[in-house]
Design a protein around this ligand. Structure first.
Ligand code: PGA
Length: 251
């Protein structure tokens, strides 16, 4: 199984996401019919099915809609670790459940850095949404200075981020996203991704995604690596056409 996920960040309005989801569902329906691809919900499947593809998109919270599409699923980029309550600016589990949403991104570097989410907050979110049975995309990744300190420093940094969560959680997906490759237009090299994913695989058996300037041109090489089970895509997921080209790179 390969997982292709799109993180829209603070882009696309509710209306634009509605148009996007319609276009994506019909493109995936066509791919499914023409190329016999099985698009699955990775929350409920046998992950050993090699030919299956799971597609998830993460619109901004005010552009969420019911997770009711046939060929892909909708998740939340963030939520607070409570059912509901006095948490201004946040959403809780109840609001997500009203959209039948059961997947979430936790630990993205933009939230760690810009929103100052520390490992305690991240661990609380993880525990709460794991308890709720969510599929959790847990992001880890180093800044350039950590990588420049060498392999041991890199492994210590990434394994410390993994230590904040239960790496054996059954609905866990780990996304390795080096901070220096996010939004830079320059992804990590295939050799760097290969070596780092092999390193991370020693610490968890969860599917490992790569994220950081993935596009239709580099996706195929990245997805062909042994310890890469998919990609988490930012900018190149904002247009259903370029996102579908990345999905086609799996086939
Ligand atoms: P990018 O973002 O593809 O625009 O680099 C990836 C991410 O932040 O998940």
């Amino acid at each position: 199984m390969q997982i292709i996920a799109g993180n829209f960040k603070a882009n696309l309005s509710h209306k634009e996401v509605q148009d996007y989801t319609k276009a994506l569902d019909s493109s995936l329906a066509m791919l499914s019919a023409k190329r016999h691809i099985n698009f699955i919900d990775m929350a409920n499947v046998d992950r050993s099915d090699k030919s299956a593809i799971a597609v998830d998109i993460f619109p901004s919270l005010c552009a969420l809609s019911d997770d009711s599409f046939k060929h892909f699923h909708i998740g939340a980029q963030n939520a607070y670790y409570a059912n509901s309550g006095a948490f201004t600016g946040e959403v809780g589990l109840e609001q997500l459940k009203a959209f039948n949403i059961n997947r979430i991104i936790i630990g993205h570097s933009e939230r760690r850095i810009l929103l100052k989410e520390d490992s305690k907050v991240i661990a609380n979110k993880f525990r709460f949404y794991a308890e709720a049975g969510f599929v959790i995309y847990y992001c880890i990744g180093e800044a350039l200075d950590v990588r420049e300190r060498g392999e041991n420093a890199l492994e210590a940094f990434l394994s410390a981020q993994l230590n904040d969560i239960d790496v054996n959680y059954k609905n866990l997906i780990v996304a390795y996203e080096p901070i220096w490759a996010i939004g830079s237009g320059k992804s990590a090299s295939v050799e760097q991704i290969d070596a780092t994913h092999n390193m991370i695989a020693k610490h968890t058996s969860a599917p490992l995604l790569y994220g950081g300037s993935v596009n239709a041109t580099n996706a195929r090489d990245i997805l062909s690596l042994a310890n890469v089970s998919g990609v988490l895509v930012g900018s190149a997921s904002l247009n259903p056409k370029s996102f579908c080209e990345i999905i086609e790179a799996v086939i």
